[in-house]
Design a protein around this ligand. Structure first.
Ligand code: ZN
Length: 306
């Protein structure tokens, strides 16, 4: 019972505090939601030549369009974003639908697998923002996903790839919680890779997170991404951290494998414009760095889908 009360308190505080706190400055708050510090760093292979596939010119153009409205909090502005994404995914040949839930609507785009379409890899991002244009949080995740999907649209895979644009992440993972609860046959979900803000690399060290919190089934996904980094020789370094404060945690609550990828938020290189008015498209966003992260995730996703 105590545990239940404690869990409820933590959930409630994390849901509300998400908007009110600057989490980077609040060490005890980190701990209260199970961040694990300090983090360990892991060096990757030396850079190697390969042809990059993710189109970062396309990425920048679409990120600028998505981030042109004042914020993505009101239903009206979220509808603009969802319609924009619908048009983009339909151009890529994906089937698009909206899945309404109490007070919001999740965006879903899907490309069916050829031999085992019932098996699904879910790539996700939240599309809402907090009192700002949300170019990095979570424009970079949302458009990063679109840029990866553009590549995935060019080939056929055995399994289905499903894109989720979650609503109401910023007020407590509400959209993803409703979505995962609504899944009828959860065992068909291979896993979830959740894209969070990934634009800031101010130390230029290529550090980023692939967060699995050492959950055995989720480590399968992070290992794949780690292997892709090594095989492609990408100049990236994984910094270990643990958090349940993004939509991947909704999958964990139903024992489904999931990871969240993001910039080195907990390792001291978080966006200074996190949840602030200055979260716009500008020079602090590192397209080369984001491109490298997306190459790794694309490569790993294809290995699951084949
Ligand atoms: Zn976010």
């Amino acid at each position: 019972m105590k545990n239940l009360i404690l869990a409820t308190l933590l959930l409630t505080s994390s849901a509300f505090a998400h908007e009110e706190h600057d989490w980077r400055q609040d060490y005890s708050a980190y701990l209260s939601v199970r961040y694990e510090l300090p983090m360990s760093y892991e060096k990757t292979a030396s850079p190697r030549f390969f042809t990059k596939r993710v189109d970062m010119k396309f990425f920048k153009e679409k990120l600028t369009t998505l981030s042109s409205t004042s914020d993505r909090r009101t239903t009206e502005n979220l509808d603009v974003a969802r319609q924009f994404l619908k048009a983009e995914y339909e151009k890529l040949g994906f089937t698009v639908r909206f899945e309404p839930f109490g007070g919001g609507s999740n965006f879903v785009a899907e490309k069916l697998g050829t031999t085992q379409p019932q098996k699904v890899l879910i790539l996700s991002s939240h599309i809402d923002s907090v009192r700002c244009k949300g170019a990095n949080d979570n424009g970079t995740g949302t458009i990063g996903l679109l840029a990866v999907a553009q590549e995935l649209s060019k080939q056929n895979y055995s399994y289905t790839v499903r894109i989720l644009g979650f609503d109401k992440e910023e007020i407590g993972l509400v959209g993803s919680d409703a979505y995962v609860a609504s899944l009828k046959t959860k065992t068909d979900v291979i896993g979830n890779i959740n894209f969070e803000m990934m634009g800031v690399n101010s130390r230029q060290d290529g550090s980023f997170h692939v967060i699995d919190c050492d959950k055995a089934s989720s480590v399968v996904i992070s290992s794949k991404i780690r292997n892709s980094i090594a095989n492609l020789g990408l100049p990236l370094t994984i910094v270990k951290a643990c958090t349940d404060r993004s939509d991947h945690a909704s999958f964990w609550r139903h024992n489904l494998p999931a990871v969240v990828i993001s910039e080195n938020f907990f390792g001291g290189d978080a966006d200074p414009c996190y949840h602030a008015k200055c979260d716009i498209v500008d020079d602090r966003l590192d397209y080369n760095y984001m491109g490298n992260i997306l190459e790794a995730v694309l490569d790993a996703s294809e290995q699951f889908l084949r």
